[in-house]
Ligand binder design. Structure first.
Ligand SMILES: NC(=O)c1ccc[n+]([C@@H]2O[C@H](COP(=O)([O-])OP(=O)(O)OC[C@H]3O[C@@H](n4cnc5c(N)ncnc54)[C@H](O)[C@@H]3O)[C@@H](O)[C@H]2O)c1
Length: 357
């Protein structure tokens, strides 16, 4: 038996990883306690996805409604599968800046403490299993905001000729800048994952994601940028922009392209690897550009509201470079760009996201 253990298995990336690794013939064991509902309310619940995974995948998926902070319950799962665990994909997290400020203890306990709990269990029960960690570009804090930008009609853009013109690389310092409480808990997890790679010679990777997106995102205001743009447009809800004239730029990568990168690492793992992973130059958008795209897909006018103050630590421009990952894994190919992603989000949710009567 070969087991893929996926935390946050009902979430966007977790559920895609469940399907992907099941399709490779692995038995998938998922851990998710629907904490996203506790963070963001009913509309963000991922319980619907557990039902779908269980009915679509049958015996090849086993779900555990367990909190990754729960030492005994997590250890029991690792003990049960032991060395059959061939890979651990850790996607469970408190993912929002704004939420973290409300409850820093829970944010840190889930993001940093939960990650440590998993690392230690891998060390004790299945030390050869690659540990794939969903980190974030927020580990760079607000440092990207110190890059030189030009204001264009619909977006901010880095000055031509800058070394990061092709995308921000992993050599950007993560030190001595403003991270937000969320960014700091993710830094702690990121550094700990690297440490278990170096200190215990485990096969670990931190994937520092840009905007990760896809049709399975339980979109909500505090988390899930592109899916939330589409949801607002489809439900005729007001989308609230915060600062930077709505011209802030994000790169966006589809969950399919994320999990194919995970597979590449699983097949040829390294120790203490750190990769930026995002849409890069191939797939990025500003808020204003995303609104125009949503309108063109649905035919609905986008309803927006502008607030002058930006979110603390929000990036003016983030386009990451996938170059380091691509050098290590030259066969990995990115399939999706922003228009394809938005079209797919629309088609997958057209019956679900309807305007209130
Ligand atoms: N979506 C993005 O734009 C983005 C960008 C960069 C990094 N990331 C990171 O990627 C990872 C996955 O993001 P996502 O968008 O799939 O998030 P998501 O919220 O869709 O999925 C996370 C899942 O983890 C579960 N969970 C949360 N806390 C838990 C706990 N204590 N115990 C068990 N389960 C718990 C939630 O219920 C949810 O189903 C996270 O680590 C996030 O920080 C996401």
């Amino acid at each position: 038996m070969s087991v893929a253990l996926v935390t946050g298995s009902a979430g966007l990336i977790g559920s895609e990883a469940v399907r992907h690794f099941a399709s490779l013939g692995l038995d998938v064991v998922g851990i998710d306690n629907d904490m996203r509902k506790r963070f963001f309310g009913n509309e963000a619940s991922t319980a619907w996805n557990v039902v779908r995974l269980t009915s679509d995948l049958g015996d090849s998926y086993t779900h555990h409604d367990v909190d990754i902070r729960d030492r005994d319950a997590v250890a029991a799962i690792f003990k049960r599968y032991g060395k059959d665990i061939a890979v651990v994909i850790h996607t469970a997290a408190q993912p929002s800046h704004d939420w973290a400020v409300r409850d820093p203890f829970t944010d840190f306990d889930v993001n940093a403490g939960g990650t440590l709990n998993l690392l230690q269990n891998v060390r004790e029960h299945c030390i050869d299993a690659p540990f794939i960690h969903c980190s974030t570009n927020k580990v760079y804090g607000d440092r990207p905001n110190s890059l030189p930008y030009q204001e264009l009609e619909t977006r901010w853009e880095i000055e031509p000729g800058h070394p990061y013109e092709g995308g921000i690389k992993e050599d950007m310092s993560i030190d001595a800048c403003l991270h937000s409480v969320f960014g700091a808990s993710k830094v702690a997890a990121d550094v700990m994952v690297q440490e278990y790679g170096r200190y215990f010679d485990m096969k670990t990777a931190c994937f520092r994601g840009g905007t990760l997106t896809g049709p399975a995102h339980s979109a909500t205001e505090l988390h899930g940028f592109l899916a939330y743009v589409m949801r607002c447009n489809m439900e005729r809800r007001t989308y609230r922009m915060f600062g930077y004239k709505g011209k802030q730029v994000r790169d966006a990568i589809h969950s399919h392209d994320v999990t194919s990168a995970f597979e590449a690492f699983f097949r040829n793992p390294r120790s203490a690897a750190v990769y930026n992973l995002g849409g890069g130059r191939h797939s990025n958008t500003s808020m204003l550009e995303a609104f125009a795209l949503a309108q063109s897909i649905t035919g609905n006018e986008m309803v927006t509201e502008y607030h002058e103050a930006n979110r603390v630590g929000d990036h003016i421009w983030w386009i990451g470079s996938n170059e380091r990952f691509q050098l290590d894994y030259p066969d990995w190919k990115q399939v999706y760009d922003v228009p394809m992603i938005c079209q797919e989000i629309y088609e997958a949710n057209v019956g679900k996201w309807t305007p209130e009567a």
